[in-house]
Ligand binder design. Structure first.
Ligand code: NAD
Ligand code: GLY
Length: 364
């Protein structure tokens, strides 16, 4: 990470022969010379995107590709992360005669990345794919690490595959058009990296919140690259989440349950994670694992980013608890949580006392 421009960063996800670079820079899409030769392996290319993102960023991407590509533009929204759209991707791949040497390029946020990545994982038992994330959340989380999948009517992300991208191109300039609320939701995941494993980064976020919210290129580059570097380290040591990768779910057990009970779409994922992280921090304090002052520092930081620190009014704690027990991160009915010992020190607790969970849900 010694590039001349303050916004140019490169992080390697080290997974042996499946290793790949995450390129982070401002204006990357328009400088095709830096990535053109890395996108495809010579075969045919299918670009999957949505109608919002296509409007802004499809033309520069296509102009930069070495070969002509087929494009599939889907409607916008979480509801599009469906099996029906996986079939549409398959139909487009068949129509374009994409074979085993082909590449799927996902241009968009986490919805497009998860869906297109899953289709790439299945097509001919797995072909290359490239992530071009255009939301902050996708840059720091969903585009890196190889979790792909779609929702079923029975639940979110129930069908999926681990399938690593061959390249991630994160152009920070695409964030210029991202709505404020989506930007803040992405910041919640960035705060998570400080909270779980990097107290120094947490302090940097305390000092630089305003620069990030103003979309300062150098600040965004530092925040995205630091987050990606931490995710890359975790994924490299535990690709399939049999251990340390679970720590990335800090705030997610509370958050997923809250998202579900509030009704999907009421809270953005990052907003629910913000509330969930604070609940996890407060539960840690209540269990004597961490200092209560650390939870309050987290609350202050979340508020500085304009993120919620309490569930919306009218959320029934019993319903949240019931939703948690059904979460796919629950293990045989036991309540598994990622808690912390304070800022930068996350830990997994496999059998959290229900009383402690309910106490947090009732009071916060
Ligand atoms: P999203 O993909 O729905 O994007 C959010 C909104 O921003 C959409 O309306 C989208 O069209 C719009 N948008 C995207 N880029 C834009 C841009 N540059 N300018 C203007 N508008 C833009 O949502 P998301 O928050 O990126 O991702 C959420 C999804 O990611 C969920 O389905 C979640 O399950 C998944 N996810 C996956 C992982 C993983 O590890 N695979 C991790 C976290 C979340
Ligand atoms: N979003 C958590 C993970 O990728 O493991």
């Amino acid at each position: 990470m010694t590039d001349a421009r303050a916004s140019a960063k490169r992080v390697e996800v080290a997974l042996g022969e499946r290793s790949y670079p995450v390129m982070v820079d401002h204006g990357l899409l328009r400088r095709a010379g830096e990535w053109q030769s890395l996108v495809s392996a010579g075969g045919r290319v299918l670009v999957v995107t949505n109608e919002i993102v296509a409007n802004w960023y499809l033309a520069p991407l296509l102009a930069g590709l070495r070969e002509s590509a087929t494009v599939l533009v889907l409607p916008d929204g979480e509801s599009q992360k469906s099996m029906a759209n996986v079939e549409r991707v398959f139909a487009a791949l068949a129509e374009a005669r994409v074979t085993r040497d082909g590449t799927v390029v996902a241009l968009g946020g986490g919805v497009i990345g998860d869906l297109a990545g899953f289709a790439a994982a299945c097509w001919m038992r797995g072909i290359r794919f490239v992530q071009v994330p255009t939301t902050l959340l996708a840059m720091v989380d969903s585009a890196v690490g190889g979790k792909t999948g779609v929702n079923l009517p029975q639940g979110k992300n129930l069908v999926g595959a681990f399938h690593q991208p061959a390249l991630v191109l994160a152009d920070l300039a695409t964030l210029d058009t991202l709505p404020d609320r989506e930007l803040r939701a992405g910041c919640a995941e960035i705060i998570k990296y400080g909270a779980i494993g990097d107290a120094g980064f947490f302090a940097w976020l305390e000092a630089n919140a305003a620069r990030l919210l103003e979309r300062d290129a150098a600040a965004l580059a530092h925040a995205v690259a630091t987050s990606v570097a931490q995710k890359a380290r975790v994924v490299a040591s535990d690709e399939r989440e049999s251990g340390v990768r679970a720590l990335l779910n800090f705030g997610h057990t509370f958050g997923h349950a809250l998202e579900q009970v509030a009704g999907f779409g009421t809270l953005l994922h990052g907003e629910a994670v913000a509330v969930g992280m604070l609940q996890a921090a407060r539960m840690s304090a209540a269990l004597g694992l961490a200092d209560a002052a650390d939870a309050e520092r987290l609350a202050t930081l979340l508020q500085r980013f304009g993120l919620p620190v309490a569930p919306p009014p009218g959320i029934d704690p019993e319903s949240v608890l019931a939703a948690m027990t059904l979460d796919k991160k629950a293990s045989r009915g036991a309540l598994r949580f990622v808690l912390w010992q304070g800022i930068g020190r996350a830990m997994q607790v496999d059998d959290a006392p229900r009383d402690a969970v309910m106490a947090v849900l009732r009071t916060h």
